[in-house]
Design a protein around this ligand. Structure first.
Ligand SMILES: [Zn+2]
Length: 387
């Protein structure tokens, strides 16, 4: 039995994906400018990774590991993703069963629940990364609403009814009213955006970009309100953030690695052409302020701390010639996102670098990692379900 296997993930092409980052990681040409949005490394039925044996056979990852408790991804966000929220484990199970009872096909575009699992997410920035993350705290929110003329009408709504009333109002108002409130403001900021006068720290930058990407004719995407209600977070490479059930969020720009419970349950609230189910969204959002907690890898084991046990992610920044030795306890996925690392496991040696960045490492191995250059390595581990 092999101790380590070169692993091939599954590329997902979505409109918002970038053209170069993932293609380059895989040493693939992209002459047709396909949007390489995500690279999935896991056992999700919609994207099963493959491993190669030393005998030259190709196997689905699941054959070696059973179903993994996590899904590990690389993302390249060129244009912003939908505003979204993920259900808790308990509600995902209930809602998945409910949609099954209604005989809604799993691949129907209006199906909300693709599986019975929650989807907490941890992401680590590989580049400067911008995202929306949770409702602003009351002090900041009042300041934001007061400072933007077209949003001032929301102040009394917030004072009286809090986050839920505020969000319900902007999500349920008729389309003409969205235009009535935002049109003039967007007409002012659009030329500023186009002339490069807005900075990314300013929510107007993202509102203008969203206007160009998602609004058609007279219809203005109501998701633009959310850009002003949520925290605008800027992560530097190596910094991470955790998104638990119920925290609304949207990725705006940049590259990252992301690890999540093995699920594809997403409820959307705008900035998208995909299915939006407002009732379901409102049911699962936590209407409370969030103070973004930026996480760093712990010195020593390299782990990022999260409150869930579905997955663990560690990050190692190696200088050239640096070594690290450990015993592998469960199967894990190694991913090299810069430089070149040699992995010795049992009696086998493989190299991870551009072109072949990922490998499956089996349990019960004595492992030596050696950085042949300066290098960045991630290790994703989960809890293992029985087959
Ligand atoms: Zn998400």
């Amino acid at each position: 039995m092999d101790a380590i296997f070169p692993l091939q993930g599954v590329t997902k092409y979505y409109d918002w994906g970038g053209y170069q980052f993932i293609a380059k990681m895989l040493l693939q040409d992209n002459p047709d400018q396909k949007p390489f949005a995500e690279y999935w490394m896991g056992t999700h039925p919609q994207g099963m990774a493959q491993v190669k044996t030393t005998a030259g056979e190709q196997w689905p990852l699941e054959k070696l590991t059973g179903q993994l408790s996590f899904l590990f991804k690389v993302l390249d966000v060129r244009s912003m993703l939908s505003i979204q929220v993920h259900p808790s484990k308990k509600s995902a199970l209930l809602e998945f069963e409910r949609e099954n009872h209604l005989n809604i096909p799993l691949d129907a575009p209006f199906r909300n629940y693709k599986d019975a699992n929650h989807k907490p997410e941890l992401m680590v920035a590989l580049s400067p990364f911008w995202l929306l993350h949770g409702f602003q705290d009351p002090v900041l929110l009042r300041k934001t609403l007061a400072s933007k003329k077209p949003l001032q009408f929301l102040l009394p709504v917030f004072e009286q009814g809090g986050y839920e009333a505020l969000y319900r109002l902007v999500m349920e108002m008729p389309q003409e009213q969205v235009a009535h409130h935002l049109r003039e403001h967007l007409d002012t900021i659009l030329p500023m955006y186009q002339q490069g006068q807005l900075r990314k720290e300013d929510p107007d930058f993202w509102a203008a970009r969203a206007m160009l990407d998602f609004s058609q004719g007279e219809a203005i995407d109501r998701g633009i309100f959310s850009i002003y209600l949520f925290n605008l977070v800027h992560l530097l490479p190596g910094e991470a953030i955790f998104q638990d059930a119920g925290v609304p969020h949207a990725y705006l720009e940049g590259q990252n690695v992301e690890i999540m419970a093995n699920s594809d349950n997403v409820l959307r609230g705008g900035l998208t052409n995909k299915h939006i189910d407002l009732g379901e969204l409102m049911k699962h959002i936590r209407f409370e302020p969030v103070t973004p907690q930026i996480l760093n890898a712990q010195s020593g084991d390299g782990n990022f701390e999260t409150p869930v046990d579905d997955f663990k992610l560690a990050q190692f920044s190696f200088s050239k010639g640096e070594k690290r030795t450990f015993q592998s306890v469960t199967p894990s996925i190694l991913l090299c996102m810069g430089g070149s690392v040699e992995v010795v496991a049992g009696s086998q040696t493989i190299g991870l670098k551009q072109g072949q960045p990922a490998a499956l490492l089996m349990q019960g191995q004595e492992v030596i990692l050696s950085a042949l250059t300066e290098a960045l390595l991630f290790q994703a581990t989960g809890t293992i379900h029985s087959r």
